[in-house]
Design a protein around this ligand. Structure first.
Ligand SMILES: C[S@@+](CC[C@H](N)C(=O)[O-])C[C@H]1O[C@@H](n2cnc3c(N)ncnc32)[C@H](O)[C@@H]1O
Ligand SMILES: [Zn+2]
Length: 277
């Protein structure tokens, strides 16, 4: 059965040449880079939903320098624990595919090849992810209405992306695993100190999620020393603080020659339990 399902009628889709279509004749052409747009126009709330090309470039350029490599390494180790050769891994809200591509490479090297899928609501993200990981399958789509068939995923990753428990539960196989990355309490504390007079730690999250059982919580803590103003700006643009602050805070950051900050992530590992309904 195909992993992509028709976003109009929910039927499975087949690929012929560079076109995906369902039995009812709804068809979707692949873009030059290889992604397919499975987000119906009536589910778009803005013309270009999700992260825009500027945000994407900032994140790509920051991540490409390896500043979040400790998180990527830890995620790769986690996927090796739960992956299954020939199985399906879905990155929901994959962004420009930094983690998706790293995981693809690690699984190949470990001779545990899986079919890698990524969905993001942003066209720029799906395009960049398809270019970064040509062996993967990427679509424009929403995590709130995934263009993915029921119970076809062995592993689902949700990394700093919106969460939709009912959809994630629907697409995961009975014994499937969800890896969720959220910021730790002290994540980017040094950046916040540079922006705000009184910084606050991130809120502590309740780990309980309906339909999922927490099997492991892993903490990744490291230090980041940025000595290029461009890296500081790129990091700032990747965070919500960039959009929540004004001219004064932007000027503070623009004046910084270097920045030292803690980075702190939680990798929450869940297994699917009972039905949600
Ligand atoms: C903070 S970024 C994280 C991207 C990637 N997981 C990473 O860590 O590099 C959040 C991503 O979620 C995407 N996004 C936002 N709303 C979405 C939705 N409803 N469905 C799918 N993706 C969405 C954005 O376009 C963006 O690429
Ligand atoms: Zn259809």
């Amino acid at each position: 059965m195909s992993v992509w399902k028709c976003p109009v009628c929910d039927a499975p889709m087949q690929r012929r040449d560079r076109c995906w279509s369902c039995a009812k004749g709804h068809s979707f052409d692949m873009a030059k880079s290889g992604y397919v747009n499975l987000l119906p126009a009536n589910r778009k709330h803005t013309k270009n939903p999700g992260d825009n090309a500027v945000m994407m470039r900032a994140r790509k350029s920051f991540l490409d320098k390896g500043h979040y490599a400790p998180l990527r390494d830890a995620l790769e180790r986690a996927v090796l624990r739960y992956g299954r050769p020939g199985g399906v891994l879905l990155d929901a809200g994959c962004g420009e595919g930094y983690y998706t591509a790293g995981i693809f490479d690690t699984l190949e090297q470990a001779r545990l090849p899986m079919q890698i899928y990524g969905v993001d609501i942003s066209k720029s993200a799906a395009d960049a992810a398809a270019k970064r990981c040509p062996e993967g399958h990427f679509s424009v789509g929403s995590v709130y209405h995934l263009p993915v068939s029921d119970q076809c995923c062995d592993v689902l990753m949700t990394i700093f992306a919106p969460y939709c428990g009912t959809e994630f539960h629907r697409v995961l196989k009975k014994n499937g695993v969800m890896l969720m990355v959220i910021p730790g309490q002290q994540h980017l504390w040094g950046l916040k100190e540079a922006i705000y007079d009184v910084p606050y730690p991130n809120a502590v999250r309740d780990y309980a999620l309906e339909g999922f059982e927490l099997i492991q919580a892993e903490y990744v803590d490291s230090w980041l020393k940025l000595s290029e103003p461009e890296d500081i700006q790129n990091l700032f643009q990747m965070t919500p603080y960039y959009y929540k602050t004004g001219r004064e805070e932007h000027a503070r950051l623009a004046g910084l020659k270097s920045l030292s900050t803690q980075i702190s992530f939680e990798i929450l590992q869940y297994r699917v339990t009972k039905s949600l309904i």
